[in-house]
Design a binder for this molecule. Structure first.
Ligand code: NAD
Ligand code: AKB
Length: 310
């Protein structure tokens, strides 16, 4: 049976991706791997192995010995954490990718999913409805690593025929797992604080618009892209993907429709500069055209599901 490895499985995306993949492809076919050993919902629900994405030899041996044919590589440092440790962020985000790309180049792996981000864009990028192909001059170490990763994915495809598929995720919003150190994390934390004490201190300014997406849409997009016929996957670097764009003030208003006495204050910190360098909204017409992408969640729908389930 074809086996799938999700590396970085205990994080915000991995937790939900593993659970969905196991439902779709069978529990025993989807192996979760992470440096951490503390994600019971994943560990108790199917095969799990502790693996370091930078440990080339162990990954190689595990993938070859266990007949892994598909890898979702999610281990990375996100934007805010990466700014605090740029050298390590570069190492993890790039070396981890090369280990997997090289295994595919040697034909041990058939297909790779590697996520990019809206962080590939920078202050010189057109900010509204940012096109697929545009100026990309990221100013964060995270964005630089994602942009370089995109170039390497395309290079491995062109030179060695590696089937690597990628999405430039917007900020992801989920209730099953917490975010891991990004600039868009406020849009998850706000729901916890709204439920806990109806007050939230936002680390971004009220009018900072960013592209966002509810996790269910992101997981569906990921699996739809991975299941798409190869001839439909025409962009070999990474696809723009859009869901909902909003500012903290607009999100707070949507929450107040459900919790009328919810209050928000704004105390911008170093993440404001990161957010200012990213687009307000994304044009994902290529994803729609090539592999039929269509988001399902709007702002009110997402707010409703978040507040219901937290
Ligand atoms: P996360 O920080 O929540 O999870 C990352 C996981 O990787 C963690 O469980 C961590 O323990 C694990 N990890 C870290 N170093 C590791 C190592 N050396 N070996 C094995 N595991 C290791 O991140 P996430 O939000 O789930 O993001 C996953 C991927 O998607 C990343 O590449 C990220 O850049 C990308 N992405 C995420 C978002 C988002 O909003 N969540 C948006 C755009 C792109
Ligand atoms: C972050 O804020 O770093 C991530 C991302 C948009 O890549 N959520």
């Amino acid at each position: 049976m074809k086996k799938i490895l999700v590396l970085g499985a205990c994080g915000q995306i991995g937790t939900e991706l593993v659970l969905t993949l196991r439902q779709l492809k069978g529990e025993e076919s989807v192996i979760a791997a992470d440096l951490k050993n503390e994600c019971p919902e994943i560990i108790n629900n199917g095969p799990y192995i502790q693996l370091d994405a930078l440990d080339k030899q162990s990954i190689r041996t595990y993938i070859i010995d266990n007949n892994i044919k598909e890898v979702y590589l999610l281990a990375a440092l996100l934007s805010a954490t990466a700014e605090k440790n740029p050298e390590f962020a570069w190492k993890l985000n790039m070396e981890g990718l090369f280990i997997i790309l090289d295994l595919a180049k040697e034909k041990h792996i058939d297909k790779i999913f590697w996520p990019s981000s809206i962080a590939v864009f920078g202050p010189t990028t057109p900010m509204d409805q940012t096109p697929q192909h545009t100026i990309m001059e990221p100013t964060t170490v995270y964005g630089i690593s994602k942009q370089a990763g995109e170039r390497w994915c395309e290079y491995y495809n062109l030179k060695f025929g590696v089937d690597v598929r990628s999405i430039r995720y917007p900020g992801l919003i989920s209730y099953k797992s917490l975010p891991g150190g990004g600039t868009t994390d406020y849009a998850v934390d706000i729901f916890y604080k709204a439920k806990e004490n109806k007050k939230f201190n936002c680390f971004l300014k009220e009018d900072t618009a960013l592209p966002m997406m509810f996790m269910d849409d992101a997981i569906r997009a990921t699996i739809e892209l991975m299941d798409a016929p190869i001839e439909n996957v025409k962009i070999k670097s990474s696809y723009n993907l859009a869901g909902i764009s909003f500012t903290p003030a607009v999100l707070a208003k949507a929450i107040q429709k459900v919790i009328p006495d919810f209050e928000i204050e704004y105390h911008p910190d170093f993440r404001q500069a990161i957010a200012d360098s990213w687009p307000n909204s994304i044009d994902d017409s290529m994803s729609k055209k090539h592999w039929g992408w269509e988001p399902k969640f709007d702002l009110d729908g997402m707010v409703h599901v978040m507040l219901e389930n937290l």
